[in-house]
Ligand binder design. Structure first.
Ligand code: FAD
Length: 338
């Protein structure tokens, strides 16, 4: 197997995040000689965190300028690490930071980059990438002869490396000196919704998909959108679940109809939405083909609640279909969750 460089950026606390450890597990599975290339304001603690992984070399670009996620500095650091390591295969987690910087680095090195890889494995010493096309409907296996070949691995596809960390300071880190390039961008901080309002949780065990049925007239002839929202948010908080929505329900805001305020276009799953990875999924008041066929592509256990026993998409794509009123079921589920 060819030599591999794993690029990883450190977090604000100096550690490596789960996505980086997943990429490390993938790199180790390949079997080639492994070099770790770290980037961050501080890198020694991260090297210590994975000192026991068996890497042949640890390289690092360290400095305050490289602690901030920014194209110019990230690309300069990654380029210097690639040149210093001189490995034909370069692997990194598909974080927003690397997804922004590494395609440009591949261009500078006259290499190639593949993004959204779901695996990188070696068959008879030849590395091969798997990734999905056409909104996750077809899976392809890709090989390339051009080097360096950079691969961005989507987070959540493999179990992270969990080996024993070495005591801090045990890894011998070779500093790669990079003069921070001139930059016009200063990162002044992050703005994120309050934890309570955060409904998209990629690491959650359960995905709750809410469809437009929640906002439709119910048996009593009235719309109960406020209660629907309360039930959905109650479940999300109690189960720490992630929220997905059908296109119909996320589009309602623009149509002046009863809406679920917790639902935005960011929540949409399906062909024109996202395809999240969760162990379990519960679809409620949702009939659409796209959310069930494409949006649930990587959900392992699927259940659906629909009033309509003939709901073809829920029935055809769910392991279990509860023919029931989702309001009643979710009231009961939330009560059981306490
Ligand atoms: C090119 C293209 C791309 C598309 N991409 C996407 C996509 O990415 N994602 C997506 O979601 N859609 C997509 N769509 C739209 C999709 O085809 C459907 O129109 C949409 O998903 C329907 O949303 P829905 O199931 O929430 O609403 P509806 O079709 O209105 O279904 C509502 C369901 O709620 C049930 N219901 C009502 N009240 C209750 C209750 N009290 N208890 C239980 N069940 C109840 C009803 O029985 C019904 O089955 C796309 C369409 C096209 C043409």
């Amino acid at each position: 197997m060819e030599d591999i460089l794993l690029l990883a950026h450190t977090e604000a606390d100096g550690s490596l995040a789960k996505a980086g450890l997943e990429a490390l597990a993938t790199a180790l599975g390949l079997g080639g000689a492994l070099t770790i290339g770290l980037v961050g304001a501080a890198t020694q603690a991260a090297a210590g965190q994975i000192a026991g992984c068996g890497a042949a070399r640890f390289l690092a670009v360290t400095g305050d300028a490289f602690g901030q996620p920014r194209y110019t500095t990230d690309a300069a650091a990654a380029e210097a690490l690639c040149r210093a390591a001189d490995c034909p295969i370069v692997l990194a987690a598909g974080t927003s930071r690397w997804a922004r910087a590494l395609p440009g680095v591949a261009y500078r090195l006259s290499g190639r980059v593949d993004t959204h890889a779901t695996s990188l494995t070696s068959a008879n010493g030849a590395p091969a990438v798997t990734r999905w096309f056409y909104r996750q409907r077809m899976e392809a296996v890709l090989t390339r002869s051009l080097r360096p070949w950079m691969v961005l691995l989507d987070p959540g596809c493999v179990a992270p490396w969990t080996g024993t960390p070495g005591p801090a300071g045990t890894a011998t880190v070779e500093a790669v000196i990079v003069e921070p390039p001139a930059t016009r961008t200063t990162v002044t901080g992050y703005q994120a919704p309050k934890t309570d309002e955060q409904t998209i949780r990629p690491d959650a065990k359960v995905l709750l998909v809410a469809g437009a049925g929640w906002t439709k007239k119910q048996a009593d002839g009235a719309v109960h959108a406020a209660e629907a929202e309360q039930l959905i948010l109650g479940f999300l908080r109690k189960a720490q679940a992630s929220l997905g929505g059908s296109k119909s329900v996320v589009d309602l805001t623009g149509e002046g109809e009863a809406v679920l305020h917790c639902m935005t276009h960011m929540n949409q799953v399906g062909q024109t939405g996202s395809t999240p990875r969760h162990a379990k999924g519960l679809s409620t008041c949702c009939h659409g083909e796209e959310p069930h066929v494409v949006g649930w592509r990587f959900v392992n256990q699927r259940r659906a609640i629909n009033l309509d026993a003939g709901c073809g998409w829920a029935r055809g794509k769910a392991d279990v279909l509860y023919v029931a009123d989702a309001f009643e079921v979710m009231r009961h589920v939330n009560a059981l969750l306490g």
